[in-house]
Design a protein around this ligand. Structure first.
Ligand code: AMP
Length: 188
């Protein structure tokens, strides 16, 4: 099984590329942001719990994310691979992911990062705000999400570098060019 983590800050293009990778390789795309947004829009107890946190651009608790990922793994035992998009986002989540996978004799296969500079990220997120109307794409909240990324998520780069799993691709350019580069790293 191929367990790919698609890594990068908000606005790097993880969602767009994750869908394309999952389709090409026949893997299951798992976006924790999409899962959480669906809970919010359906007004489930979980959704009610996380709505304010998400709208403020903060991270939802590790405990909840780990529960969500456990159920993803339990419900997808026959897939040939995963493209994880937006998870893990903290060291704790990364460690728990390793444990969850180990329980099934699996491990993270590769961490593939999209490198995009900060100005470009903000421009993209503001554009997405206009196009999709995501509540967490306002200027104030975007700033918060980038702070969260630098504080909680960026340290994972070292975690995965130490395991020799970390690879990166320049994430600015056409969607198809970036996709081709990602595919060549995965295939290599
Ligand atoms: P995303 O669509 O990946 O940018 O996620 C949107 C929001 O969902 C984030 O700003 C967080 O509030 C929450 N979220 C998604 N994935 C995670 C995660 N792995 N850990 C904590 N919060 C998350």
């Amino acid at each position: 099984m191929f367990n790919l983590i698609l890594f990068g800050p908000p606005g790097a293009g993880k969602g767009t590329q994750a869908i394309k990778i999952a389709e090409k390789f026949g893997w299951k795309h798992v976006s924790t942001g999409d899962i959480l947004r669906a809970e919010v829009s359906q007004g489930t107890p979980l959704g009610l719990k996380v709505k304010a946190v998400m709208e403020a651009g903060h991270l939802v608790s590790d405990e909840l994310l780990i529960e969500i990922m456990e159920s993803v793994f339990v419900n997808n035992t026959t897939v040939s691979g995963f493209v994880l998009d937006g998870f893990p986002r903290t060291l704790k989540q990364a460690q728990e992911l390793d444990e969850m996978l180990a329980q099934h004799d699996e491990s993270v296969s590769m961490v593939l990062a999209l490198e995009v500079n900060e100005d470009e990220l903000v421009t993209r997120l503001l554009k997405r705000a206009l196009e999709q109307g995501r509540k967490d794409d306002t200027e104030e909240v975007i700033k918060n999400r980038l702070v969260q990324y630098h504080h909680h998520t960026a340290p994972l780069v070292e975690y995965y570098r130490a395991k020799n799993l970390y690879k990166e691709v320049h994430g600015v350019g056409s969607i198809d060019d970036i996709f081709a580069q990602l595919c060549s790293v995965i295939n290599a």
